[in-house]
Ligand binder design. Structure first.
Ligand code: PLP
Length: 455
């Protein structure tokens, strides 16, 4: 594609110096990056002036959309008052105090305390240390193992990538670290269809894999189980309704701590403030990031339940902290973001209005010759493209059908993400009915173009 001289120069400098996250740099050097320059509402614009409907909310984070003045004003005001101070050694800052109280109010009742980081990965790293320290203080030092799930995603730091179950990440850097094991994911199409059971029956079977693993490791050695309410980066894998309640029952039975990774599902994405409320669990920890500030500034954290705080913070220092824990500007933006969410009653709007509207519109794609399982939960949705729907026949990996479709989306003014042959979206929570119609129309256009490429 020919681009303007300005874009070409930016692409050249980008590829010469900038190491991107999760990017094939040989391919990047060949094609040049798409440079996003501006955002407003649910749309972004690239350096060529193309308007693109951002159905991924940046990276699952710009929940309240681009250009929200109250967030920008909160950041500017706090920058002027106090751009930074730390919260180490008996100091504190007002925005972090205000945000902590707000979080205690909107999270489930067992949560009254929060520890801050700057990202989801750091939050999950923090949890690993908290969980192990908790069991040490409880006098059960042998409880060290944390169980995660294959194809789960918990970040890119050493602990985050180890807790996650991405083979492509484990292969690079000798992961997972010792003491972290994984069970299969509750993905009906991949693991359930072949069993010939209903989705609800499969949910119980998949949860049972946790009990099998606990027995294999030894019940007295397992410290915690971690999972995303809906797996996001793994391809929007929506578990059967029976899955999470059974996981909770198993955790209770063996006295194992439950960690709900709410980095994507938190802050209204599933139509409840937190994903665990949709799924019916009572976690001991919730990690969060992204939507807490609508992505306007980096902030993450871990909500820690009362029963854990009572052990972990009653015995002197817990020697853990980041320079930017409770960063005043990030916290001020989070306060403004949560206030805006409340003012707009966005969580109820998602639950009762836009999520049901999206569900129906998205499911209409199921009649497309390529598409099966076009499903959604709240404001996340996914579909799979199959080579032959009637025979449930998948595409060959080398067909790269997901990336072909993703390219057509971009060319038609839509950001959709490809995970293998799955196409996924997580639009801003503020998306309107008309914008949902536009999104689904553009998705269908990209699917048509993909189909004609494959002929
Ligand atoms: N946990 C989940 C569920 C995520 O989706 C992500 C990022 O996408 C992370 C953790 C890591 O967050 P971060 O990229 O902010 O480190």
């Amino acid at each position: 594609m020919t681009v303007s001289a300005k874009t070409a120069a930016l692409q050249k400098a980008d590829s010469a110096h900038y190491l991107h996250p999760f990017t094939d740099h040989v391919d990047l050097a060949k094609k040049g990056a798409r440079i996003i320059t501006r955002g407003e509402g649910v749309y972004v614009w690239d350096s060529e002036g193309n308007k693109i409907l951002d159905a991924m909310s940046g990276l699952w984070c710009v929940s309240m959309g681009y250009g929200q003045k109250s967030l920008i004003d909160a950041a500017t005001a706090q920058m002027n008052i106090l751009p930074f101070y730390n919260s180490f050694f008996n100091t504190s800052v007002e925005p972090a105090i205000e945000l902590s109280a707000l979080l205690a109010e909107i999270t489930p009742p067992q949560f009254n305390h929060v520890f801050y980081s700057s990202s989801g990965s750091e939050s999950n790293d923090t949890i690993l240390r908290m969980v192990r320290r908790y069991w040490d203080l409880k006098g059960e030092k042998q409880r060290k193992t944390i169980i995660g799930r294959k194809n789960g995603y918990h970040g890119s730091t050493v602990a985050g990538a180890s807790l996650g179950g991405m083979t492509s990440m484990h292969e690079q850097g000798d992961l997972p670290i010792p003491g972290i094991v994984h069970i299969d994911q509750p993905y009906y199409r991949e693991n359930g269809l072949k069993l010939g059971v209903s989705e609800d029956e499969f949910g119980l079977i998949a949860a049972g894999w946790l009990e099998d693993k606990i027995k294999e490791v030894g019940a007295d050695k397992v410290a915690a189980f971690i999972g995303e309410p809906v797996q996001g980066a793994g391809g929007v894998i929506i578990p059967p309704k029976t899955y999470w309640p059974e996981i909770q029952r198993i955790c209770d039975k063996y006295g194992i701590l439950l960690i709900s990774d709410e980095v994507i599902c938190g802050f209204g994405r599933l139509g409840t403030w937190f994903g665990c409320e949709t799924m019916g669990t009572r976690p001991d920890f919730m990690t969060f990031a992204k939507g807490v500030t609508s992505g306007y500034l980096p902030l993450g954290g871990a909500m820690v339940s009362d029963r854990v705080v009572d052990v972990l913070y009653k015995d002197g220092d817990f020697n853990h902290g980041y320079t930017y824990s409770g960063h005043p500007v990030a916290c001020a933006v989070a306060v403004a973001n949560i206030k805006l969410m409340k003012e707009q009653d966005i969580v109820n709007t998602v639950k009762n209005d836009t999520a049901p509207y999206l569900k129906k519109a998205w499911a209409s794609l199921n009649d497309h010759p390529l598409v099966t399982d076009a499903q959604s939960e709240g404001m996340v949705a996914g579909l799979i493209m199959l080579k032959d729907k009637t025979k449930n026949e998948a595409f060959d990996e080398k067909d790269n059908v997901g990336m072909i479709c993703r390219g057509h989306c971009f060319d038609n003014g839509l950001v959709m993400r490809a995970v293998g042959d799955r196409m996924i979206i997580a639009p801003p929570l503020v998306i309107s009915h008309a914008e949902i119609d536009e999104l689904v129309g553009l998705a269908r256009k990209a699917l048509d173009a993909t189909l004609s490429d494959l002929k």
